[in-house]
Design a protein around this ligand. Structure first.
Ligand code: PEP
Length: 232
């Protein structure tokens, strides 16, 4: 099981350091891999504070070129230099607000993996797509542009469940994860309003290999409780 906390645009370096100190002291299970994904400016504080622990630090995005005229972007070698272990790619907020497409997501994933980063690639259908019966096709399209890799994990995040308090039922998650695994046989995390009180049921589904957690990862106690719920 893998539990990843996506902090989005929350926690500058001071707050990130305080959170990671508290996480170091938290009761985390040994059989669950735990990662946090701070904003770029807080990566260094997180890497330094979590050095020597089992908690990994991931970025929230990574460019497909190694360097160049790409104002506002960050490359894989830069993340490596900071001691960052991996990166999210293709989060639905990137797709929705910053023009990410299946193609740019695939390029970013390819480069990040080639540069030795671990990657959590996010996919998921919108509410309109689910209502139109297109979930299966959307997932096949989004996953179909990626290639299997031992350092690649997929996160299934139905867009209508992110930050809304609406969660996919365990059966919906299981079905979507089965679809994804039929295209690429990789671990699949569920993301979308995962909280301490719904985590265990979601993660008891056989095709659910962990969770990508947004809002509930911002508080150490609720994040640690989700990590414990993922423990066997
Ligand atoms: C996310 O940002 O990836 C996410 C799943 O957010 P939340 O848990 O807040 O729905």
């Amino acid at each position: 099981m893998l539990i990843a906390g996506n902090w989005k645009m929350f926690k500058g370096p001071d707050e990130a350091g305080a959170f990671c100190r508290a996480l170091r002291d938290a009761d985390l299970p040994d059989d669950v891999d735990v990662v946090v994904c701070p904003p770029y400016v807080s990566l260094e504080a997180a890497v330094q504070t979590l050095a020597g622990t089992e908690v990994g630090v991931f970025a929230q995005n990574c460019h497909w070129e190694l360097e160049g005229a790409f104002t506002g972007e960050i490359s894989a070698p830069m993340l490596h230099e900071l001691g960052v272990y991996g990166t999210l790619v293709g989060h639905s907020e990137r797709r929705q607000w910053f023009g990410e497409t299946d193609e740019t997501v695939a390029q970013r994933v390819r480069t990040a993996l080639a540069q030795g980063l671990h990657v959590i690639a996010c996919v998921g259908e919108s509410e309109a797509e689910r209502e139109a019966g297109e979930t299966d096709a959307v997932l096949r399209r989004q996953v179909g542009v990626l290639e299997a890799d031992e350092n690649l994990v997929i996160a299934y995040e139905p867009v209508w469940a992110i930050g809304t308090g609406k969660t996919a039922t365990p059966e919906m998650a299981q079905q979507a994860h089965e679809t994804i695994k039929s295209v690429l046989d990789l671990p699949v995390l569920y993301g979308g309003s995962v909280k301490p009180d719904n985590a265990a049921e979601l993660m008891s589904q056989p095709a659910v290999d962990g969770a990508l957690v947004g809002g509930a990862s911002l508080d150490v106690e609720s994040f640690a409780a989700i990590c414990r719920a993922a423990s066997l």
